[in-house]
Design a protein around this ligand. Structure first.
Ligand code: HOZ
Length: 433
């Protein structure tokens, strides 16, 4: 358990924070409620390392929840940001950088002709759903229980991530009207989707899915699942939306569409597009995206959308990734190595554990049964996870403070860093017995 006597600065900051920020945080998972204790307040990051207010160093496997795929403070990204800043922080007017960003996305992500930049994944999803409803003229939406798509009203139904650990998958403050058009299916269960289509014939605008469910831990799609969704959408005249806030530019440059060979009609991106700056985007083929204002009747706007500093950071990170395809092999191999070492350590110490891994995402679950669904994820022993989390934190390994989040491996983790984390994991698992 986090010991406030050895991290007095973080403890003092958390106390101050709780007086002026709900729960002491600006996003619930960070409050450590799922694991208990006091969050280290971070002051600096470099590569795969972060430092807290007490000067403690951690090997970081959160990476700002994914976007820092090159690690913290990459010099080229920082330089691009500095250069953009010198030109001005915001104009609320067209700039060349947003054109460059959209061209880059259209070049590297399959089936994308046009893009609209926004400021977060939440905004991207909210807007993509509006597009789906606007172009189909239908109101209902199928989402998956335990998938998380940000905090817009329609998406806080059966939501994963922090909504799950806080015990509010259906948030207070969401009206029945806003929630009634969200239909819940089971991830990796095509028959549940098909049943919803049958029961709501001609009314479903879209199916939205995290192609790899990464807000219930990490649950990869079973063989044929995403292809099956494509087929069901086609047969029922609905759009398929891939929420690539986590998988985009992480599974590979082309995201889940390229990785799994399945076409989506609309894709949403989040933080990773900004390389750590607050950014999101939604995108799709021309006939859909040209329905967005001002060329079409679907309204969506934002002063900070396409912000030049955020664009500069994102373009710089994406260009580096684009010119280093080998990075994707490296991060996937490191994640796979880590998953295998975790399995071996758990077996050695007699701890029931399943480790799911897909590309640079992984998640250990404390259960005997393979985790292929949301129900499977919920079977994990959360007390064990809490104990494991604190054992790891005590050994300088910074993991997401919840069972229902991913371990993010990034390019700045060397094999030696991964081995350090695996050794800490083995000690931590041994300490649980
Ligand atoms: N929704 C994020 C996890 N899936 C948490 C973001 C944060 O706290 O920064």
């Amino acid at each position: 358990m986090f010991d406030h006597t050895t991290r007095p600065e973080s403890a003092a900051l958390f106390e101050r924070a709780q007086r002026v920020l709900p729960g002491g945080v600006n996003s619930p998972v960070r409050a450590f409620r799922a694991v208990g204790g006091i969050p280290p307040f971070l002051v600096r990051g470099e590569g795969c390392r972060v430092w807290d207010a007490d000067g403690r160093e951690y090997l970081d496997f959160v990476g700002s929840w994914g976007p820092l795929i090159l690690g913290h403070s990459h010099p080229e990204v920082l330089e691009a940001v500095a250069e953009a800043m010198r030109d001005g922080l915001s104009f609320g007017a067209p700039t060349a950088r947003e054109v460059e960003m959209a061209e880059l996305l259209a070049e590297i992500v399959p089936h994308i002709d046009m893009v609209r930049m926004v400021n977060s994944g939440t905004e991207a999803v909210m807007s993509a759903v509006r597009v789906a409803r606007g172009v189909t003229g239908r109101g209902k939406l199928i989402k998956f229980d335990g998938c998380y798509h940000g905090h817009s009203d329609a998406m806080l139904v059966g939501a994963g991530s922090g909504a799950l650990t806080q015990g509010v998958p259906d948030s207070a403050g969401v009206t029945a009207g806003a929630a009634q058009d969200t239909l819940l299916a089971k991830y990796n269960d095509l028959s549940s989707v098909s049943a919803l289509f049958d029961a709501n014939r001609g009314q479903v605008a879209a199916v939205i899915v995290e192609p790899v469910a990464a807000n219930m831990g990490v649950v990869p799609p079973e063989e044929g699942f995403l292809q099956g969704l494509r087929g069901l959408c086609d047969r029922n005249g609905a759009l398929l939306i891939f929420d690539e806030v986590i998988t985009g530019f992480r599974l590979g440059l082309g995201g889940a569409q390229a990785f799994f060979g399945v076409r989506a009609d609309l894709v949403t991106f989040g933080k990773i597009i900004g390389g750590g700056m607050p950014v999101g985007a939604y995108a799709g083929r021309r006939e859909l995206m040209s329905q967005v204002a001002p060329t079409g009747p679907i309204y969506q706007a934002g002063t900070l959308s396409g912000n030049p500093v955020a664009m500069a950071a994102g373009i710089s990170q994406l260009r580096i990734l684009h010119s280093h395809p080998e990075y994707y092999t490296q991060i996937a191999e490191n994640a796979s190595f880590m998953a295998e070492k975790l399995r071996e350590a758990a077996q050695k110490h007699g701890i029931p554990m399943q480790v799911n891994q897909c590309g640079a995402l992984l998640c250990p679950y404390f259960t005997e049964t393979p985790v292929r669904s949301f129900d499977g994820a919920k079977a994990s022993d959360l007390n064990r996870f809490r104990a494991y989390f604190h054992e790891m934190l005590g050994r300088g390994i910074y993991l997401a403070p919840s069972q229902y989040e991913a371990v993010f491996v990034n390019v700045s983790h060397s094999r030696a860093d991964i081995e350090t984390a695996c050794a800490a994991a083995e000690e931590s698992l041994a300490a649980l017995t």
